[in-house]
Structure formats: structure tokens, C-alpha cells
Ligand binder design. Structure first.
Ligand code: ZN
Length: 305
């Protein structure tokens, strides 16, 4: 058996898989986000409960948001309670077995290139999550790309292109990471709402923007044009750096079929002759992808580069 745990800012999910990656069981608990000790005790309890329910001892992988700093502390705005701890060391003191930890967006691309994923077996792939934020991760030669600082794939914190900022007269927004005008603030769900309002719309959610766009509202159409220009440019940068065969889109915005379908031509606008647009597809495993990818990493199915 293989256990995956996805630690989010509001909930923690554990899922248990058999050797063929069929999900046997899954459940969620609220996250004690401000209390690191309680959070780690909860994780240990989830693992014990999984053993008890299924009469075994599964392998373990855990996905977290954010990045690890040089000392190994987790930098994640929605999990302040873990900040004081050297995460891997502190977890090892609570957990009774070997485990792997990885960023949740990197878990996503592992899952989507694994068995039953949208890009099963693809050796070079980029996973782009467009939800409340914009996370990402890359598979290179069939291995998860980590990089020296373990943050490879953070495309959401590439900067807003100056040409687009000027063309659409966009404000330079502060980003949660401390930088200014990161793409995430414009291309993720809340960013799309911001764009709509920037052009005079009144939506309060990406879904409301989508309804306005489907109804042909002018501000919504302008927001769509700007959003696609930014997304296409950002993903084209990823293509130039990593040359993926496939880009798998996940997160809340990936539910919009028309958005995913429009991406190849939006990306092509920013590529030069001879560079092919990769296949662009929607996540097949949806919200379950992160927890499954964590389990796959824990099972040693995917090695890392
Ligand atoms: Zn940023």
C-alpha cells in the first residue's frame, strides 16, 4: 500500500492506494495551520489510522504548499505554524517510517504523468496549476525536476512582461512572495477577477467572469484577451526553457474547457518558427492529483533530478 498526504492551508487529505494505484480510502481533517506541533501530531495520527484501517504499513509521501528555505524551513503563507521547524527533521521525529516531502504542484505533475494521468508516460512535461495561485512543476527525462533549491517550476513568480503591462495599462501588484508584479497575481483565479475589474467588469469570482465572457460582455472579453496573452507568454517561456511534450493544466480554472482549448494558439504567439507547441491538456485526476503524486513519490515510483 501507498499513502499520500496533501497538506493544505485549510484541510489535510490522506489517500491510500493499492499497488495498481486504485484508491482504497481517503479522508480529510481540518488543518491546525497556526500550530505546527499539533499539525505534525495530526499527520502521525493519520498514518497510524491508515495502518489500522488497512492492516498494513504503507509507504508515505507528503505534499506541502510553498518552498523550503536554505535551512529547510517551510515558507508557505497559509501554514505559519510550521515556519519555526526544520520541516524534514521535525516530521521525522513524529513519523514512524521513511517518507518523502515535496511541493504540492510538483506532486501534481508526477501524478499526471503517472499511470492513469492525463499525460501518462510522457517523459517531458510541465504541470501548470491555475487555482487560487499559479504553481507548477516539470518532468524532465521522466524525472521530477527539483533543482538545487528544490523550487524549480515556480512559473507563477516570473514577472509580468513589460510589453503586456504597458499595452493593457496594468497596475504593478505586490505578490505574496515579496516581489512585485508576479504573474500569479494576474493569471490565477483571483488575478482573472482583477483583470476583469481593471477593464471595468464587476465579477467577484472567476466563474462570474466566465459567465460574463460567455454572455459577450466587453470588459470580460478584454480580460480574456489580456489573460490569454499573459498565460500564453508565460507558458511559452516554460516551453523555451524546458521543451516539454505536454503541458497539463490543473486547478479551478482548468474546469473552463474553452480556456484550455485556447492555450495552444496563445502559446504559439510567443514562440519562434521551428519550436512546436506542446500538447495542452486538462488534468485527469483533478483535485486528487496532488495527494496521488505525493503517494507516488513516497512509493519511489518517480525519481527526481
Ligand atoms: Zn511572487
Amino acid at each position: 500500500m501507498h499513502y499520500g498526504i496533501d497538506v493544505g492551508g485549510t484541510k489535510i487529505e490522506i489517500a491510500i492506494y493499492d499497488p495498481n494505484w486504485q484508491c482504497l480510502d481517503r479522508w480529510r481533517e481540518p488543518t491546525p495551520a497556526d500550530d505546527g506541533e499539533a499539525l505534525m501530531a495530526l499527520l502521525a495520527g493519520l498514518v497510524r489510522e491508515a495502518d489500522r484501517r488497512h492492516g498494513g504499513r504503507g509507504s508515505l509521501g507528503l505534499g506541502f504548499p510553498g518552498v523550503l528555505d536554505e535551512q529547510g524551513h517551510l515558507v508557505a503563507a497559509n501554514l505559519p505554524g510550521l515556519r519555526p521547524f526544520v520541516l524534514e527533521t521535525a516530521l521525522a521525529a513524529h513519523l514512524d517510517r521513511d517518507f518523502i516531502i515535496e511541493n504540492d504542484s510538483r506532486c501534481f505533475v508526477v501524478s499526471e504523468t503517472g499511470p492513469g494521468g492525463a499525460a501518462e508516460g510522457v517523459m517531458h512535461a510541465f504541470g501548470a496549476i491555475l487555482g487560487t495561485g499559479a504553481g507548477g512543476g516539470a518532468m524532465v527525462d521522466g524525472r521530477l525536476l527539483k533543482g538545487a533549491g528544490r523550487f524549480a517550476g515556480e512559473w507563477g513568480h516570473l514577472p509580468l512582461p513589460a510589453a503586456a503591462a504597458r499595452h493593457y495599462d496594468l497596475p504593478l501588484l505586490p505578490c505574496g512572495c515579496g516581489l512585485e508584479a508576479c504573474l500569479e497575481g494576474y493569471i490565477a483565479g483571483p488575478g482573472l477577477v482583477r483583470l476583469h475589474r481593471h477593464f471595468g467588469g464587476r465579477s467577484a469570482s472567476a466563474e462570474q467572469w466566465h459567465q460574463a465572457w460567455l454572455a459577450g460582455e466587453g470588459a470580460a472579453r478584454r480580460a480574456r484577451e489580456c489573460h490569454l496573452a499573459l498565460l500564453g507568454g508565460a507558458l511559452a517561456n516554460v516551453v523555451k526553457l524546458l521543451s516539454p511534450q505536454a503541458i497539463i493544466v490543473g486547478g479551478g480554472l482548468s474546469a473552463m474547457d474553452d480556456l484550455v482549448a485556447a492555450l495552444p494558439s496563445a502559446i504559439a504567439e510567443h514562440l519562434f518558427p521551428g519550436v512546436e507547441v506542446p500538447d495542452v491538456m486538462r488534468s485527469r485526476l483533478g483535485d486528487a492529483s496532488g495527494v496521488r503524486g505525493a503517494a507516488m513519490l513516497g512509493a519511489g515510483m518517480m525519481t527526481t533530478a
